[in-house]
Write a protein that binds this ligand. Structure first.
Ligand code: GDP
Ligand code: IMO
Ligand code: MG
Length: 437
């Protein structure tokens, strides 16, 4: 057995909703600790176990496994009401039962009611130019973090101090809401009452999660880092400004969880066998036709957080290749291959053209990316159902060829292959928690 940290990160390689919840749940069976490290309740991670569906927004997707300690790191922005509601629902099912089964970083910033109000009012004001945010206050909360006007879990643990700071900040926020966005002012008394109530309930969970994780990793525990959103929604490397407000690649694990970069050993990148996007922004391989509608219907492509229909299109190797490079992905978890059954021919995007010229990479300017034309390669489809396949050998030859070509194009192997939403509909071709090599 080789020495070194037993840590794995699972990250999205497209525009989110790649199936992170399913894969994290699956891998959590062998994890001692499962950690969310960025984003907030803009995430919607779906787990299907024995036919029962659970959607996680803030609590790590390891929560269905009793042995796994769930951690919410300092890079996450937390809406306390949403977190407690999720905890209550899980506890009612006998999950997250013991003290210490969920730990929340004292450094995590709090999403406050004015963050949501500002997020939603700005979107209304943008009209057709809207980003299509989830309206959960994510952007304004991260803005306050950078502007050094945010409130953190550590503040919430001190009611008197928190009350004083919130009163000061809310006065400013109300002026902004009223003068700039023509919104109603928010009431301080109701807000503080609810927040302090949440603070009392959360207090036992609020700890120094960074030190906890360091000790766990040094003790040889297996730790799974659960990404939210996807690489193309990254605030630096995504399709700016049509992005979320956090870093979503493996680079964010260190800052968001509070561990050293070299404490992350392995990176699993998740991709659908096609592409989806929810919200506005460029999407070169989008299908605005019956085929797009078919993918939406067969794939159940409706947002797990907002219920919005997801935009659907062909697999884009240009997108996934960039994400693989940025995050140092070791292996791909390829999901939803079953959804492509019955579509013939299939297409893979292998390059881009802009103004008639072949281009390398993804243009930085959204307007340019919007104007890009995808270059496609056609492959034969298959018609046999693959949802019960348990090995690659059982897949139709055309499905094997599709996966092999996709691997070639993105430059890393498929290590996990998913052919349905259930835990058992998964082929583990190489185990990310096997550190023997
Ligand atoms: P996440 O945000 O990355 O966790 O993904 P979502 O949960 O938002 O969306 C993925 C959806 O696809 C969920 O409804 C999953 O249950 C479902 N899903 C995951 N893997 C597969 C698969 O291989 N096949 C099918 N048909 N559905 C899948
Ligand atoms: P999971 O973790 C898909 C998108 C929104 C919008 C943009 C900005 O389930 O993959 P925000 O509310 O973050 O300011 O919205 O980002 N978005 C997601 N799309 N999956 C997600 O999370 C997303 N989280 C945010 O639709 O386009
Ligand atoms: Mg999702």
């Amino acid at each position: 057995m080789s020495r070194g940290p037993k840590t794995v990160a699972v990250i999205g390689l497209q525009w989110g909703d790649e199936g992170k919840g399913k894969i994290v749940d699956l891998l959590s069976g062998r994890a001692d600790v499962v950690v969310r490290y960025q984003g907030g309740n803009n995430a919607g991670h779906t787990l299907v176990v024995d036919g029962r569906q659970t959607v996680m927004h803030l609590v790590p997707s390891g929560a269905l496994h009793a042995q796994a300690v769930c951690v919410i790191g300092g890079g996450v922005v937390i809406d306390p009401t949403v977190l407690l509601q999720e905890v209550d629902e899980l506890r009612a099912r006998g999950l997250l039962a013991g003290a210490g089964s969920l730990l929340v970083s004292q450094e995590a910033h709090i999403i406050l009611p004015y963050h949501k109000a500002i997020d939603q009012a700005r979107e209304r004001k943008r009209g057709k130019g809207m980003i299509g945010t989830t309206g959960r206050g994510i952007g304004p909360a991260y803005e306050d973090k950078s502007a050094r006007t945010g409130l953190r879990m550590a503040d919430l643990s001190r009611p008197e101090h928190f009350t004083k700071r919130l009163r000061e900040i809310l006065a400013d926020k109300n002026d902004y809401l009223h003068a700039m966005l023509a919104e109603e002012r928010l009431d301080f008394e109701a807000m503080i009452r609810e927040l302090l109530d949440c603070g009392r309930r959360l207090a036992p969970m609020i700890v120094d999660t960074s030190s906890f994780l360091d000790a766990a990793i040094r003790a040889g525990k297996t730790v799974l880092f659960e990404g939210a959103q996807g690489a193309l929604l990254d605030v630096d490397h995504g399709t700016y400004p049509f992005v979320t407000s956090s870093n979503t690649g493996s680079g964010a694990v260190a800052n968001g969880a509070g561990v050293a970069p070299r404490q992350l050993r392995r990176v699993v990148g998740i991709s659908k066998a096609y592409t989806t996007r929810v919200g506005s922004g460029p999407f070169p391989t989008e299908l605005n036709d019956a085929l797009g509608e078919r993918l939406r219907k067969e794939g159940g492509e409706y947002g797990a957080t907002t219920g919005r229909p997801r935009r659907c299109g062909w697999f884009d190797a240009m997108v996934v290749r960039k994400s693989v490079r940025l995050s140092g992905v070791d292996a791909i978890a390829l999901t939803k291959l079953d959804v492509l059954t019955g579509i013939d021919p299939l297409r893979l995007c292998v390059g881009y053209r802009l103004a008639g010229q072949a281009i390398e990479g993804i243009p930085a300017l959204a307007d340019d990316y919007e104007a890009v034309e995808p270059v496609y390669e056609e492959l034969a489809g298959w018609s046999e159902s693959i949802t019960a396949a348990t090995s690659v050998e059982q897949l139709p030859a055309a499905a094997r060829r599709y996966v092999a070509r996709l691997e070639e194009l993105v430059g890393v192997p498929v290590g996990i292959l998913s052919t349905g939403p259930g835990r058992d509909q998964t082929m583990m071709l190489s185990d990310p928690f096997d550190f023997s090599s």
